[in-house]
Design a protein around this ligand. Structure first.
Ligand code: ZN
Length: 453
């Protein structure tokens, strides 16, 4: 009996001790939340088309203050996977900043087939607004994105206080990350302008700091420079030969090789647009981000968090033109590493080391050039959209005596002509076959016919 009593006493003691511990923990937690020092500024950086292996492949060539500072001083999330297709720029940026997938945020491609209007649309085009800062290029908004971004949530959480700004070379990469409630979003208008512009969705005039930046001569300086490798090209041992047949050419240049005299090439390559396709497109975005921090006083207010979303797009243009194994890509990342180092030092100085939180990620990656992979005997090839559509239609003609059941094929999606499907399903309904089963069957056969090829 004594033993049993002791047993009960012991249990009570532990229980009460546990309850006490929980209570103390809760108190500490509440205290932590109240006293928690919020970052005065959160900086989100997206590097367009950055593969994870650029961190490791070029590691020994990077300085200590750029990518390496993040890798060695921060947290590195390595086990990340895409849970959607297609992995394109607009979809990637929207997914990063909304935290959800295209089904929910609505950005299913850069351009896509709008099945209700039966036409192609561009993700951020919006004819309800006008261009601010230049004649063209600014009739945009984030209104096709139908969920909130981190910036939107921050605006609501802080009762509309705290600034949210997005900026990039590409309009979609500035607009989608900034979200709906943003204070501003700016992107680069090339052609004969060479300026950062915006849309009347956000404001009626460019702020003075943007106007001043546009007059500072940086774009002019970059468009008249010569792009050569940052270090001796012989030391670029992580990439294939400079002159290879897997690269695209700038108009007016015979070989895809360094140096690139932009002053000479700009006329045939869209004037200021050429900046986008070389590393200086990233540098000017870095310069502009610094101007935004100063111009908008970002990260300077006690107990408030501002948000700056930056996207570096030039890596994507260079990747598309020269391929992921090119000397041009290697040089672009070595230069971006330097731009990042400069920018982080700027943040330390202007915002303060302990006052900001920063993350860096990519909207998608890129595959090696398939024809290059074929030279290594690695199974690879190209997907031919129109060939696919022809084959699918031939199959449907053969099987169902109809060659217009498919309305559109784009972004790896098949849009069936619903009216035609209904017509054709009518006959089958009598035979008690459900519409969805028949459609699934058609899709399976079409996909298999291509895969078997
Ligand atoms: Zn992209």
């Amino acid at each position: 009996m004594k033993k049993v009593l002791l047993f009960f006493v012991t249990i009570l003691f532990y229980t009460s001790s546990l309850a006490q511990t929980v209570a103390v923990k809760q108190l500490e937690f509440t205290k932590t939340v109240i006293d928690m020092q919020r970052p005065k500024l959160v900086v989100g950086i997206v590097v367009d088309q950055m593969r994870y292996d650029y961190l490791t492949r070029f590691y020994n060539k990077y300085g200590n203050d750029g990518f390496k500072r993040l890798l060695n001083g921060g947290f590195n999330c390595e086990n990340a996977h895409y849970n959607y297709i297609p992995t394109y720029t607009a979809v990637g940026h929207a997914s990063i900043y909304t935290g959800t997938t295209p089904e929910y945020h609505g950005i299913i491609g850069n351009n896509w087939y709008q099945k209700y209007e039966k036409k192609y649309i561009y993700c951020v085009d919006d004819g309800d607004f006008i261009s601010i800062g230049a004649e063209d290029g600014g009739r945009k908004s984030p209104r096709r994105m139908v969920s909130t971004t981190i910036g939107d949530e921050l605006k609501m959480a802080q009762n509309k206080k705290g600034k949210v700004i997005g900026l990039s070379i590409k309009d979609r990469s500035a607009i989608l990350p900034a979200g709906h409630a943003a204070d501003g979003s700016y992107w680069f208008q090339g052609k004969d302008e060479g300026k950062f512009i915006t849309s009347s969705y956000y404001m009626d005039n460019l702020p003075k700091w943007v106007q001043d930046f546009n007059k500072n001569g940086k774009a002019k300086e970059y468009v008249n420079t010569t792009w050569n490798t940052l270090y001796d090209i012989e030391t670029y041992t992580e990439s294939i030969e400079d002159n290879n047949k897997f690269e695209g050419l700038f108009k007016g240049k015979e070989t895809p090789t360094f140096p690139y005299n932009l002053k000479k090439l700009k006329k045939d390559n869209g004037n200021y647009d050429i900046i986008k396709a070389v590393p200086y497109g990233n540098t000017i975005v870095k310069d502009f981000a610094e101007a935004a921090i100063i111009g908008e006083n970002l990260g300077q207010t006690e107990n408030l968090t501002d948000f700056l979303a930056i996207s570096f797009s030039s890596t994507d243009y260079v990747g598309h033109q020269f391929g992921v194994d090119s000397k041009e890509i290697q040089d672009s990342y070595l230069r971006l590493d330097k731009d990042l180092a400069d920018f982080f030092n700027f943040l330390d100085e202007k915002v303060g080391k302990d006052n900001y939180t920063l993350f860096l990620t990519a909207d998608h990656a890129a595959v090696q050039v398939p024809s290059y992979l074929q030279t290594l005997k690695i199974p690879s090839g190209y997907f031919d959209n129109s060939d696919f559509k022809n084959k699918a239609n031939a199959f449907l003609e053969d099987q169902y005596k109809s060659d217009d059941l498919i309305e559109n094929v784009s972004n790896f999606q098949i849009f069936l002509n619903k009216e035609k499907v209904k017509e054709f399903m009518g006959e089958y309904e009598e035979k008690q076959i459900k519409e969805d089963i028949a459609i699934q069957k058609a899709v399976d056969v079409i996909v298999n016919s291509v895969v078997e090829k």
